[in-house]
Write a protein that binds this ligand. Structure first.
Ligand code: FMN
Length: 175
């Protein structure tokens, strides 16, 4: 493949990062008044297994940033493909993105809830915040994990690549 020099402008940066296919998560927070709110995020990574630590990068201009800092707790919900509706809902700029019961898999929990279509749920305490550029690297100490049983097509992940949601296509089985 011939690579074309694209510089370091915003468009080049976005295009290059969009070429890194990723899963999609919704970050959830339970506010002090009991309401649950969400934000779609793909900048999610593992940090350490012992102790279990993860990170998410959240724009400080996003309303969820202060919700996460105030609550000191958030959840990372890794989405199945069936979760693309909640991913769209939680990515709308400027919208409040309150998650009422219709969006939740566990409306009765008092912690940061799981949204519908979640295949892995990391309930985290905020362990550290590192401001970098426009974002904060939010390090989460995992206090609990919940998992979908797995093995079902319904558990196929929601993927994101070059500005579009994608579906996992399994390679044909070797014969
Ligand atoms: C697929 C996808 C991934 C995203 N990943 C992130 C992310 O990792 N960090 C982030 O700060 N915003 C991310 N966003 C954008 C936020 O979801 C969006 O800015 C936020 O919902 C805006 O909320 P606000 O206007 O209410 O503050 C992503 C959006 C999409 C569609």
């Amino acid at each position: 493949v011939d690579l074309v020099n694209a510089g370091t402008g915003l468009q080049a940066f976005r295009s290059a990062l969009g070429s890194f296919a990723s899963g999609v998560t919704v970050l959830t927070v339970r506010r002090a008044d009991g309401t649950a709110v969400g934000m779609t995020a793909s900048a999610f990574s593992s940090v350490s297994a012992e102790p279990p630590l993860v990170l998410v990068c959240v724009n400080r201009a996003n309303r969820r940033h202060d919700d996460i800092v105030t609550a000191g707790r958030f959840a990372v919900n890794v989405l199945a493909h069936a979760g693309h509706g909640v991913a769209d809902y939680c990515a709308r700029p400027g919208a409040e993105k309150i998650l009422d019961e219709g969006w939740l898999a566990d409306a009765e929990s008092d912690g940061p809830p799981a949204v519908i279509g979640t295949i892995a749920h990391f309930d985290c305490d905020v362990r550290a915040l590192h401001p970098e550029g426009t974002h904060s690297i939010v390090v989460g100490a995992v206090r609990n994990i919940r998992l979908a049983p797995g093995g079902e097509v319904a558990d196929d992940p929601l993927l994101h690549f070059r500005s579009r949601y994608r579906t996992l296509v399994s390679a044909p089985a070797a014969t």
